[in-house]
Each structure stands twice: as structure tokens, then as C-alpha cells.
Design a protein around this ligand. Sequence first.
Ligand SMILES: [Zn+2]
Ligand SMILES: [Zn+2]
Length: 333
Amino acid sequence: MSTSAWEENVPEPRANAGRILALMMQKRAFSVSFSTVALVMSGIVCCAALPPSARAWGNEGHRLVNKLAASSLPADVPGFLRTQAAIDEIEYLGPEPDRWRSPAEPELAAAQAPEHFIDLELADALGPLPHKRFDFLAEVYAAHQDPTKIGLQPWQTDEVWERLKAAMRQYRDLRAEGKDTAPVEQAIIFYAAWLGHYVADGSQPLHVTVKYNGWVGPNPNGYTTAHTIHYQFESPFVAANIHAADVAAKMTPVKLIEGDMFDAYVAYLRHTATYVEKVYQLEKVGGFVGAGTPESRAFTAERLAAGASMLRDMIYTAWIDSAQPVPDAYAGK
Ligand SMILES: [Zn+2]
Ligand SMILES: [Zn+2]
């Protein structure tokens, strides 16, 4: 996926119009006439047709994945993570890394844009994926390629997961010492929520392929090459048609992730990649226009459920793994 104009630095008139509307609704001091609301609403509808602003799963999808994961954590994670306040915070932070794409913060926007996707075809062409970010970057540069066009999804996700695990280990230590855990609880809630953004992106098939916004390469089935499918699928279609109950019903039972987390996460991305053509097939029959089709709605709910299930399992696994003794960095030296 390239970081072309649609992918970054695009102002968000839709979100802004929504905020203006929300502000107007809150300001009870002056009465909002129906015609004023209608005017703003028509602005929202109009602007939704503008070039997309790279909201993976859009605001609604990200909130949904984070909320469902947080509210389905098993009872053996600490109680502070399962309070309504924690669930609300984790839900609010679901879209947080998309709030870092603003032209108001250009350095941040540029640095973190590649962390939302990976074009697996390009990454795999360089060989097996190394576990460490800078080892991958070295391979990319050695091949005279640009990492911002290939993406850094699995490294970012694994690193945030490790931040979460480190904070949970700190929580265990502080609790064992009888010290105040309130500050580290706040950190854990933030890391879990931040992690959720990338895990959700990783369930979106168009976030793991060079075909991220229009089919490329041989096209015997005549799939769309227009640069609209990505946004259409993940934002307006989700917002209009996908409800929490539909997604919750498709979540898998909670499970502890065995073995190496980087490898498990890459396997999850590869599973997501098996659905790339399916997205194009659904688009071809009008699956992402208006209410779509029963199949496109079920498919989209299943993808969001895969993200929510994986996030829940990664948070749970971070908690369990945080009890492991820290390996001796000097062992054998
Ligand atoms: Zn996206
Ligand atoms: Zn994203």
C-alpha cells in the first residue's frame, strides 16, 4: 500500500462536519432549528463522497472491535480492565492512531502511516519476515525499496503488545509489593486500546495486500480498479450496516495464544489475506453499496469479529505471559 494522497494527509470534512453537528446538539443555550441540522447533515452526506481519509475500519469499526474485545475478556484478567470505565476508554481509543494522521502533525503522520498496513506480496518477496523492525528495514533498504510503501503492520502490533505485557508485569510487581497500582492500570488500559487499532486493521483484507484500493495485475474476472473500494468497504458500509450484536455473535471462544506472538500475529495476517479476492467479488455484485447483500454484511461482521477475538486473546495472553520470569539477558555471556 502506498502512502498516496488518499492514504494520508487528507482533511476529514466528514469527521469535522460530524463534530460540528455534535457540538451544535450539545449547545442547548441556542436552539438548533431543523433546517440548520438538515444543512449540516447534507454536508456530511456530500463530504462522505470525497476521497477517503484512510480510516481503517472507520471510526465505527475500530470502536466496535475495541469495545467487543474489552467487554469479553475472561474473568482471570484483573478487575480494573473489566470495569465499564475501562471498556469505555478502550472503545474511545480504538480510532486513536487514525487521529495521528492529521496534517497538523506532519512528522507524526508520516512516521506512523506505514504501521497500519503491510503489502504482504512485497514483504514476502524479500524473504522470511524477520521478527525485529530494524532487521526488516535493513532488508528493505538493501533491496533499494521504500518501507513506507510496503508497510510495518506486524512489527508495530508486536511491539505494542510487548509494551502491554511489560506494563502488566509492572502491575504484578507493584501489587506484590503492596504499592499503588492505579497509575500502571491507566497505562495498561491505554496500551490494550492502542494495540486494538492495529489488530483491527489486520482483520481488514485490504490492509495486507498490494490490491489495497483497486485490483492490480491480471484481472480475468474484471474486478474493480477504481480507487474507491477500500474506503467504501471499511467506512460508510460498516457505519451504515454493521451492528455490535452481529459482530459479537461471530466471535470465537477465548483462547490463550501459544508460542511466539510475532509468528502468531503474522499467521493471523496471512489468514486475513486469504479474503482479499472475496472483498472484490462482493464489491462486484454491489456488496458495499447501500445496505449491500446478506453475504457482504455477514462477511464484514465476521472480519470485525476476527479482529475483536484476536485482540481479546492477545490482551489475555499478555496478562498470562506477564507472569513469566524475565530471561537473564546475560545468560551464557
Ligand atoms: Zn483502511
Ligand atoms: Zn489504522
